[in-house]
Design a protein around this ligand. Structure first.
Ligand code: PHE
Length: 362
């Protein structure tokens, strides 16, 4: 029986001495594996006389238990120190310079919207928002687009299914934010409203969802002159050029009267249209950039204001289009591809932050 005690002492010593998990496992196999010493002893129980088994059995089982417990304890302690060593060796110095920079960037549309908000904030405009799921009254009726109006068909509207008090639509333009602002805020009003709009249309220059920015100013004694100055100041800041030339063309929108389409002059440089100068010159031409006009009396009335007291002007344009003009992009659909090569090609970096002084192109 001293053999058993000796074996126990040897195994416990080996377990204690094992310096790593591999060494410990070797001891486990040596003791408890198929050919292990303890397993071998357990096998002898079958051949013993009942009396011998009664005496030796508990000792052998006790040995197995002691060895199993010692291995578990040693394993826990080895794992604990392995973790500690790993943690100690894997410290991170957050003050070191980065060895990899993020690959994506703020989306060009978001950057342009931020830049527009900055430019208009400088002119005293607040940013207003409205819902993308809009009711018929805000999207059409209050904007002087009655049910029978052909402009409704022009907008390729997405209508929502289901029973509602009035038809619900995905807003087809940001102009309903004009209505929401005039019905909730007493004039004078100076707001811009950038956001998503939806029309059932899709090709290289149209996507079913796109972005517009709306502008609305309501005050006393406003004229087309105020509108023109505001747009000129905005476009100079946005395109970062002083030689911006505007042409106002008579147009038609149900919610403005008179309505003007705004063209900006471009110059042909190496076959490319560059905004600035141009217009009616040998190397120039005009590009349409905005719809605008004086807010229609009926719209002011629909919002509960007296059109004899309050006048104003409004404008609206596509943010995607403004981005394309500034950065020379030619396919609107690329905005939605999430292609990093495209972002890089147009010079957008992950850390670009639009600022009024720098512009996103600087
Ligand atoms: N809402 C018009 C459109 O989507 C643009 C516009 C806005 C025109 C404001 C005039 C005034 O085409």
């Amino acid at each position: 029986m001293t053999d058993l005690d000796q074996l126990k002492a040897d195994l416990l010593a080996a377990i204690d001495a094992s310096s790593g998990l591999d060494a410990l496992d070797a001891v486990r196999v040596q003791a408890l594996g198929k050919q292990g010493a303890v397993t071998g002893l357990l096998k002898t129980l079958g051949q013993m006389s009942p009396e011998a088994r009664q005496e030796t059995g508990p000792r052998i089982h006790g040995l197995r238990e002691a060895v199993t417990d010692a291995i578990a304890a040693r394993k826990a302690s080895l794992e604990g120190s392995a973790l500690e060593a790993k943690l100690a060796s894997e410290t991170i110095d957050l003050t070191l310079p980065a060895d990899a920079v993020p690959a994506g960037s703020v989306h060009p549309i978001s950057q342009v919207m931020d830049e527009l908000a900055e430019i208009f904030a400088d002119l005293g405009f607040a940013v207003a928002t409205g819902p993308e799921i809009e009711d018929d009254w805000h999207n059409f009726t209050a904007l002087n687009i009655p049910e029978t109006h052909p402009a409704r068909a022009m907008h390729d509207t997405f209508y929502l299914a289901g029973e509602h008090e009035q038809p619900m639509v995905l807003r087809t333009h940001t102009s309903p934010v004009q209505i929401r602002t005039m019905t909730s805020t007493p004039p004078p009003i100076r707001i811009i409203a950038p956001g998503r709009v939806y029309r059932s249309d899709s090709d290289a220059t149209h996507t079913p969802m796109f972005h517009q920015i709306e502008g609305l100013v309501i005050d006393k004694g406003l004229t087309l002159g105020h509108l023109k100055w505001t747009l000129e100041t905005f476009l100079k800041a946005y395109f970062e050029r002083d030689d911006i030339v505007l042409r106002l063309r008579p147009s038609y929108f149900p919610f403005t009267e008179p309505s003007v389409e705004v063209d900006v002059g471009y110059t042909l440089i190496k076959g490319k249209r560059v905004i600035g100068g141009g217009g009616d010159t040998a190397t120039g031409g005009w590009m349409e950039v905005l719809g605008s006009g004086m807010v229609h009396r009926k719209v002011i009335e629909a919002c509960g204001l007296d059109p004899n007291e309050w006048q104003g002007f409004a404008f609206g344009t596509g943010v995607d289009r403004l981005a394309m003009l500034k950065y020379g992009m030619d396919d609107l659909r690329a905005f939605f591809d999430g292609d990093l090569r495209w972002l890089k090609h147009y010079g957008f970096s992950a850390l670009d932050v639009p600022t009024l002084s720098g512009g996103v192109g600087a």
